[in-house]
Design a protein around this ligand. Structure first.
Ligand code: FAD
Length: 386
């Protein structure tokens, strides 16, 4: 019998398994599909502190950035997951936006975020191919990037204490006098000391198996991928950092169901440029939306005019696991002892995966977690009684 069953082999489940095994626990990870076959395989790999308002999520992000760097150093290359601590550049379209951005950066610094103001005439030093006319920006050296599918696969393999079973669906939870004691699966029952719900956007469905509610909903996002670009004459890529406009921060925090787009542009090690991402709540509809892709493309060209001559080779979409207060659900569920949650990270589940795994492992072993988990409680939502 494993100490822990983790439901979900996405980035968050992989990080939970990694940190629990590092603590000496035996872990079985179950996924009804494949490793990174959920949202992890259909998003981007930004590890951002820049896009978060001060508060509990930013505290998670600051620690998680550090953990990503440690994990990457431990993995080394080859064998790593394309961790690039390249930094993020947020640009402002007007003086008024620049004032708001600078004010936000000042508040973020109090949470441990490093920020560097960038004057309009300095922007080209960071990004020589950026469009002219921006009022200035802020550079965030902690922002980084990983390849999420590689990262999930590599973390799952790191410790011998982790057993992975793909193609295995959890269809029920084993319960004994209100306590969760294991999982019922398409391949039989697996009793376990604890069960971690890392089912991402399907986290609410898994919670329901224990008779508890989690209001996790899909928030769709499209990504455009360009053809691989060759390095510029100076040997550097067209886009050197993660680059986005200040409007992105507002979009991320918005509660609107309607369509929102603000391009985030970044180069990958394969030479492609990723242009993300839209946000809209339309259920699990995968229908390709040309108007959304056109809008993303237009915004990206607005940042880097040279992209107008570059072909987009594909587009894909994924479903962010969205909670109404934009915070993930992390920790033990007091309504169903034995059940722990690690889901609902919306558009930050890659960035926040290591800190989530670490905090869950701390809970599982009874150690004191590095951060207060109260803001992420599973029973914080209205009508959350079992
Ligand atoms: C367009 C887009 C761009 C994004 N960009 C970023 C970004 O730049 N940075 C960032 O940090 N985040 C980003 N995100 C968000 C990020 O991708 C997610 O927050 C993250 O992937 C969630 O990971 P997860 O492991 O919780 O969920 P998932 O990767 O979805 O994994 C959950 C797994 O659970 C499995 N599962 C579900 N139910 C069951 C069951 N009953 N039995 C067995 N298995 C089950 C599924 O098969 C799935 O593999 C983006 C998302 C989108 C859509």
């Amino acid at each position: 019998m494993p100490d822990v069953v983790v439901i979900g082999a996405g980035m968050v489940g992989a990080a939970c398994a990694y940190y629990a095994a590092r603590e000496g626990l035996s872990v079985t990870v179950l996924d009804r599909a494949s490793v990174a076959g959920g949202t992890t395989g259909s998003g981007e790999g930004n590890v951002l502190v820049s896009d978060k308002e001060p508060g509990p999520e930013l505290d998670l992000a600051v620690l998680s950035c550090r953990l990503w760097a440690e994990l990457a150093a431990e993995a080394g290359e080859p064998g790593g997951f394309e961790h690039e601590p390249k930094g993020g550049l947020v640009v402002a379209e007007s003086d008024e936006v620049l004032r708001a951005l600078t004010e936000l950066a000042g508040r973020q610094e109090k949470s441990g975020v490093a920020t560097r103001p960038v004057a309009a005439d300095e922007l080209a030093r960071y990004e020589p191919h950026l469009a002219p006319g921006f009022a200035g920006g802020v550079f965030y050296p902690q922002d980084a990037q990983v390849q999420p599918m590689l990262a999930a696969a590599r973390l799952l393999r790191r410790w011998p204490g982790v057993a992975l079973r793909t193609g295995t669906e959890v269809t029920g939870l084993l319960m004994d006098r209100g306590r969760v004691t294991g999982v019922r699966t398409s391949a039989g029952d697996i009793p376990a000391g604890a069960v971690v719900n890392a089912a991402g956007v399907w986290g609410g469905e898994v919670a329901a198996l224990a008779g508890v509610t989690l209001p996790i909903m899909p928030r769709r996002g499209f990504i455009l991928v360009t053809e691989p670009l060759t390095a510029r004459a100076d040997g550097r890529p067209l886009v050197r950092h993660k680059v986005y406009t200040a409007a992105y921060v507002t979009n991320v925090a918005s509660d609107s169901e309607g369509l929102e787009t603000s391009a985030v542009v970044e180069a990958t090690q394969a030479g492609t440029v990723l242009i993300g991402a839209s946000r809209e709540r339309v259920g699990f509809d995968r229908t390709v939306s040309l108007p959304v892709l056109a809008r993303l493309a237009r915004q990206a060209v607005g940042l880097f005019p040279a992209l107008a001559d570059v072909r987009a080779i594909r587009a894909y979409c994924g479903f962010r696991p969205y909670c109404p207060d934009h915070l993930p659900v992390i920790g033990a569920d007091p309504r169903a002892p034995g059940l722990y949650h690690a889901c609902g990270h919306e558009g930050a589940g890659i960035g926040l995966a290591p800190v989530t795994g670490l905090l869950v492992a701390r809970h599982l072993t009874g150690a004191v977690p590095e951060l207060d988990l109260a803001p992420f409680r599973p029973d914080r939502f209205a009508g959350a009684a079992a």
